[in-house]
Design a protein around this ligand. Structure first.
Ligand code: AKB
Length: 315
C-alpha cells in the first residue's frame, strides 16, 4: 500500500501536474499538496492541502508527522531569470529547502526524496551538443550554482547517510495547464499562449538559440518512473540528464505556423540571452535510458499540436 506523499511547491508549473498525476495513481488522500500560497481551487480542493514554507524545517516536520509522510517531492525553487535578480533569496530558498528534506531523511522521518535539478548545472565551458552525464560543469548563473551545489549535497547524503534521494536535470518544460515563472525557457510556453491570443509573439531569446525542451507529460512520467525504480537501478545520485527534443525559437514559430499560418514572431533578446548562451543545446541521456528505461514520447510537432489544441479549448 502507498504510504502518504508530500509535495512541496505543489502550486508551481511542475507541482500542479505532479499532484494531479500522483493523486490519480495513489488516491487523493495519500497525496498532501503544499505551497507557500494557495494555487488553483481544483488543486486545493481535490485532496489535503497545507500552506507551508519549504524553508521552515519545523513546519515541514509537523506536516510530515501529522500525515505520517513517507516520500517528499521538493518542487519549490526560484528559477534562473528571477534568481539573477534576487541571488541571496534564490540561494536561501533553493538550498534551505533541500537541506530541510535531506535532514528529515537523514533522521529517518521520511524514506525517499525527489529533488529537481536542471540543465542550468552546465556552463559555458560544457560541450554544447549531446552534453554528457559527466562533464565540465562550471555553471555561471545563481540558479545553476544552487542546482549544482544541490546535486553535490544529494550525492553526499546518499553516500554518507544512505538517504534515498533521486533527481533529474529538467530541460525547459512546456505545459498548457500552468504557466512557468521566472525561467529562461519560459518563452517556449508564452509563445503558444500569444499565438492563440494575438497570432504574434516577441521573443526574448534570439531566433537561433537552441535549447533542450520537454513536454510536461513526459517530465511527469520520467519523475514518477524514477521514483518507482528499484533502488539498485538508480545508480546516479547527483542527478540524471534527461533529454527529449531541442529547438530554436525560429523552429517552434515554424511549427506554430503550420497550424496558424498568420502567426508572426519578432526577436528582442534581453538579459536572459546570456543565460541561454551558457546552457547546452542538446542532452545525452543514455544513463537514464539504460538504467531505468527512460524514453520520451513527445517531439516538437506533437507538443505544438497538443499545446494549441488545449489552449484553444480553454480560451
Ligand atoms: C529555467 O529556465 O530556469 C528552468 C530550467 C531550465 O531549469 N526552466
Amino acid at each position: 500500500m502507498q504510504k502518504p506523499i508530500l509535495i512541496l511547491g505543489a502550486c508551481g508549473q511542475i507541482g500542479t501536474e505532479l499532484t494531479v498525476e500522483l493523486r490519480k495513481k495513489h488516491g487523493s488522500d495519500n497525496v498532501v499538496a503544499s505551497d507557500i500560497r494557495e494555487g488553483s481551487e481544483s488543486l486545493v480542493n481535490s485532496g489535503p492541502f497545507e500552506l507551508l514554507d519549504a524553508t521552515n524545517y519545523e513546519a515541514i516536520e509537523d506536516v510530515v508527522m501529522h500525515y505520517e509522510i513517507d516520500e517528499v517531492y521538493l518542487m519549490a525553487a526560484m528559477l534562473s531569470a528571477t534568481a539573477e535578480k534576487f541571488p541571496m533569496r534564490a540561494w536561501n530558498l533553493n538550498m534551505g529547502s533541500l537541506f530541510n528534506v535531506l535532514n528529515l531523511a537523514k533522521e529517518r522521518k521520511i524514506s525517499k526524496i525527489f529533488w529537481p535539478s536542471s540543465i542550468a548545472v552546465f556552463g559555458p565551458n560544457t560541450p554544447k551538443e549531446s552534453t554528457p552525464q559527466n562533464t565540465v560543469m562550471e555553471p555561471s548563473t545563481v540558479y545553476g550554482i544552487s542546482k549544482q551545489s544541490g546535486e553535490r549535497w544529494c550525492e553526499y547524503y546518499f553516500r554518507k547517510f544512505g538517504v534515498d534521494v533521486r533527481s533529474v536535470r529538467y530541460p525547459g518544460l512546456i505545459s498548457w495547464k500552468t504557466m512557468p515563472g521566472g525561467g529562461t525557457t519560459d518563452y517556449a510556453v508564452e509563445i503558444y499562449h500569444e499565438a492563440i491570443k494575438k497570432q504574434s509573439y516577441e521573443c526574448f531569446l534570439s531566433e537561433d538559440t537552441k535549447l533542450p525542451m520537454m513536454y510536461m507529460d513526459d517530465a511527469i512520467r520520467a519523475t514518477i518512473s524514477l521514483m518507482e525504480s528499484p533502488l539498485d537501478s538508480v545508480k546516479v545520485r547527483s542527478s540524471y540528464n534527461l533529454g527529449s527534443m531541442s529547438f530554436t525559437p525560429a523552429e517552434v514559430a515554424q511549427s506554430i505556423k503550420e497550424h496558424i499560418p498568420d502567426f508572426e514572431i519578432s526577436y528582442a533578446p534581453d538579459f536572459r540571452q546570456e543565460i541561454a548562451n551558457s546552457w547546452p543545446s542538446s542532452i545525452d541521456d543514455s544513463s537514464a535510458r539504460n538504467e531505468w528505461g527512460w524514453r520520451p514520447k513527445f517531439d516538437l510537432n506533437s507538443t505544438t499540436a497538443e499545446m494549441l489544441a488545449n489552449l484553444d479549448k480553454t480560451k
